[in-house]
Ligand binder design. Structure first.
Ligand code: MRU
Length: 348
């Protein structure tokens, strides 16, 4: 197992999936243990685990549990059980493409084996390998991205694209980690990320846990921070990047990118190749709409009148013209993205 300091978000141990229960953060750091794929599906749906790469690996672990749970006596029956489980896991969250990527990788391995025992062993091995690969990929991405940052930069990030959004280390926060590990001094500004506060609950927690100099701002202070010279660069993660370089990420990313453009601040996206969707057009990507109660209250506290109408999209799209570079494990794509993204895949 790859040795990493800091938090490990999701793990396979003794035929169980262990996860950090992220809805309890930052007040409690507790772990949950699942032996039923339906529990994993529920954990993805209710954001016990969240973040595109973490969801991808969790989906794969969920299918591995489904294989173990199956009483099938033939390969056909087992594949049919896995297909049903895949559908349940797939329906949990629509925007992050890593989920379908993880599920399809496991199905491919299952289909390639002959016996029930081989399938069960291979899908577990594959899911565990995906988790290990996620950390290695994040580290490579971090190293590639660290070259874009200078000593004494103050870097803004939105939502949580850290260890808590991956198996460990992180994508956007992985780049910040690698920059610090390369000997450069960096400060971080984390946006709160309403409505469910992945910035204050998770990024602020994770970076403080790992000894970073991090300040929290309300989402409404992005313009102030940029206009007053408090930020040099921005790096965020992504849930899906299409071949034209349109980036789908946590709601509010588009506002941060627009404000960065206004102030001439470089805006970077960090994501593994598993976050790219080369088939779907930007206008066809499904944006998850979430329940109104996330906006009409904070936690259990009501902050809006009863019966108010709410619009609560979980993600938005940042167009390529606002993006300075897309950092991946294979290098940094620069505009024009259609060409540079294609090249990254050709190098794969
Ligand atoms: O709704 P969430 O918390 O799953 O949204 C997460 C994000 O938007 C992250 O920025 C994205 O998944 C990249 S994580 C490395």
């Amino acid at each position: 197992m790859e040795n990493v300091t800091g938090l490990r978000t999701v793990e396979w141990k003794n035929n169980k999936v262990i996860m950090i229960e992220q809805t309890k953060l930052p007040n409690e750091l507790i772990f949950v243990e699942y032996d039923d794929f339906k529990q994993v599906a529920n954990a993805i749906k209710t954001l016990i685990v969240r973040g595109a790469p973490a969801i991808g690996v969790s989906g794969a672990f969920g299918l591995a549990l489904a294989a173990l749970q199956s009483n099938a006596t033939t390969k056909e029956e087992l594949i049919s059980d896995l297909k049903k489980a895949k559908q349940i896991l797939f329906e949990t969250r629509p925007t992050a493409v890593n989920l379908v990527w993880g599920l399809e990788k496991i199905m491919k391995v299952a289909n390639a084996e002959t016996t029930i025992d081989q399938i069960k062993k291979s899908v577990i091995d594959e899911a565990k390998q995906m988790a290990e690969d996620d950390i290695k990929i994040n580290k490579k991405m971090g190293k590639n991205g660290s070259e874009l940052f200078e000593n004494n930069d103050t870097i803004m990030t939105h939502c949580n694209a850290g260890a808590l959004a991956t198996v460990a280390y992180g994508t956007a926060l992985g780049v910040i980690r690698a920059t610090k590990e390369s000997g450069k001094n960096v400060k971080v500004i984390a946006t709160e990320t309403r409505p469910i506060q992945q910035g204050s609950r998770l990024t602020a927690f994770e970076l403080k846990h790992d000894g970073f100099d991090v300040s929290l701002i309300p989402d409404t202070a992005v313009g102030y921070s940029m206009a007053n010279g408090l930020v040099n660069k921005v790096v965020v993660g992504a849930d899906r990047i299409v071949r034209t370089g349109h980036v789908f990420n946590k709601i509010g990313t588009y506002q941060v990118a627009t404000m960065a453009k206004q102030h001439g601040i470089p805006f970077f996206v960090a994501a593994p190749l598993s976050t790219f969707d080369m088939k779907t057009n930007a206008e066809d990507v499904i944006i998850e709409m979430r329940k109104g109660s996330e906006v009409t209250g904070i936690g259990d506290k009501k902050t809006a009148p009863d019966g108010i109408g709410v619009i609560n999209p979980a993600f938005d799209m940042t167009p390529p013209e606002l993006i300075t570079g897309i950092i991946t494990e294979k290098g940094v794509a620069k505009p024009p993205y259609e060409e540079s993204i294609k090249k990254l895949f050709e190098a794969n």
